[in-house]
Design a protein around this ligand. Structure first.
Ligand code: MSP
Length: 462
């Protein structure tokens, strides 16, 4: 039995997640369900990233203690993903006790290997990214990802991680494992970044400046830098399923996952994850999804409008898997109508109506699984191609029904064609099950009982 452990980025708890954050959780959940379906031992980890300045500032704004505040946001985030059918094996929080312990152990392993030393840092910091910046990374003096935040000037004593020591190791890792960074364009970006040089990085903050973090184990006047803490969640959360088969992240945090994280793991003596996939960004109505622009939709709002299955479907198929995409309710409405209501829903309803009338016996569900083509696409992370291959089967079935005018036929001819189409519908339902778990199960139940029964509309008019 193959193992498949998948993780997503853990979200900052400075505010409740929106659909932009949820996108990668949807894809991860579909891949997870697919691997379980084909018999792999699968594990899915996601959660919340709760330390650091961004979270501390958001708590202070509401007049709450950080812990009270992050408890609230983390549980709302969890409800958001549950509203679209996502139930990971573990929802990790960086404030969990086992995580704090593992971060301290990890830090000491790296320290004992001579990779952590005390130094001083003077420079710029973007709290939105929780990251040090160089002047050349700013646009008009601001962080391009967080233009409304003030860039802080920092001058302080920190502990540093000897990142520069791992330059050759990282280059070899990337060169010898072409799939380590996907897709290809991000791999090229990372090689470019690596070739421009790596500097050691500050991995602690003085406690008097920021106390909301995990204490440095051998110097409690410092707390561990939020990225050093957050990345380790994968080791804490996956336990004996480490190393991860796949880290799924957004493009803004590729560098942390493909260059810093492997260096940290090597330093502390852990295995390296098998692959990091970094997807694009989603805009809403042509604008960045952002609270300050009032341009936010939540997974639960979408689920109450379209249902959890349809929400998953839209983002899985049309989300920013490689390139950035723009989404809008109009686009979701259109896809709902054409692909789901008039596509899968209509096909299932046509076929089961005819089959019930003919009194057809149910199919044996154990005989039919998914097609090899679909399976290969999913395994190779060609998720759009996988979905398109399923939808082309839906179109083929529709065409056969229309061209043969099946509803007018009678007797054996009708029964034979219907049975063939119902078998394809079973393949389709198996292939759509990871994306549309509720609707696909309804199809499977309707066509694999003792007698085939007419299915209720799966995707009613909105
Ligand atoms: N806490 C860090 C990740 C630590 S992982 C060890 C972080 N958090 S975040 O809340 O800012 O972002 C979480 C994820 O959501 C990131 O992968 C980010 O790329 C993704 N997205 C946030 N907004 C997005 C869109 N508008 N579109 C697509 N993904 C987006 O970074």
């Amino acid at each position: 039995m193959a193992r498949f452990s998948i993780t997503t980025a853990i979200d900052y708890t400075n505010g409740v997640i929106h659909i932009g954050h949820a996108y990668q959780k949807i894809v991860a959940d579909v891949l997870y369900r697919f691997h379980k379906q084909v018999g792999d031992e699968a594990y899915f980890l996601t959660g919340t990233d709760e330390h650091g300045i961004t979270n501390a500032q958001a708590a202070a704004k509401e007049g709450l203690e950080p812990r009270q505040f992050v408890d609230k946001i983390s549980s709302l985030d969890k409800k958001e993903i549950e509203s679209i059918g996502i139930n990971p094996d573990r929802f990790i929080r960086t404030t969990d006790e086992d995580h704090k312990k593992i971060v301290a152990e990890f830090y000491m392993k790296s320290f004992n290997n001579g990779d952590i030393y005390k130094g001083s840092y003077e420079g710029l910091y973007c709290a939105g990214c929780e990251s040090y910046k160089t002047l050349s990374e700013l646009v008009d003096g601001a962080c391009p990802l967080h233009p409304t935040r003030t860039i802080e000037k920092i001058s302080e004593e920190n502990y540093f991680f000897r990142w520069s020591k791992y330059k050759d190791f990282l280059r070899e890792l990337i060169d010898t494992n072409p799939n380590f960074i996907q897709p290809e364009q991000r791999r090229k970006d990372m090689i470019g970044f690596l070739d421009s040089g790596l500097e050691d990085i500050a991995i602690s903050r003085p406690k008097q400046k920021l106390s909301w973090g995990i204490p440095v184990p051998n110097d409690d006047s410092h707390v561990i830098y939020v990225w050093f803490d957050a990345l380790i969640n994968y080791v804490t959360g996956l336990k004996d399923m480490w190393p991860a088969s796949l880290h799924l992240v957004g493009k803004d945090i590729t560098r942390w996952h493909t260059l810093l994280w492997p260096a940290m793991l090597k330093s502390a003596g852990y295995e390296i994850p098998r692959a990091v996939y970094s997807h694009g960004f989603m805009n809403l109505n042509g604008q960045k999804i952002s609270k300050s622009l009032g341009n936010v939709i939540s997974p639960s709002e979408l689920a109450s409008r379209y249902g959890s299955d349809a929400t998953r479907y839209y983002f899985f198929r049309y989300g920013p898997w490689v390139e950035d995409v723009d989404v809008s309710l109009e686009k979701i409405d259109a896809a709902y109508q054409s692909d789901l209501a008039n596509g899968l829903g209509n096909l299932a309803s046509r076929l089961t109506t005819m089959a019930e009338k003919e009194g057809l016996t149910g199919l044996n569900k154990d005989l039919v699984t998914v097609s090899d083509e679909y399976k290969d696409y999913m395994t190779e992370l060609k998720i759009v191609e996988a979905t398109e291959s399923t939808w082309s089967k839906i179109k083929d079935c529709d065409r056969t029904i229309n061209e043969t005018e099946l509803w007018k036929k009678t007797g054996e001819e009708k029964e034979t064609t219907l049975n063939k189409l119902l078998n394809t519908l079973l393949v389709i339902a198996n292939e759509t099950k990871p994306i549309l778990p509720i609707s696909s199960q309804k199809i499977i139940d309707a066509i694999t009982g003792e007698k085939i029964v007419k299915i209720e509309p799966l995707f009613p008019r909105i």
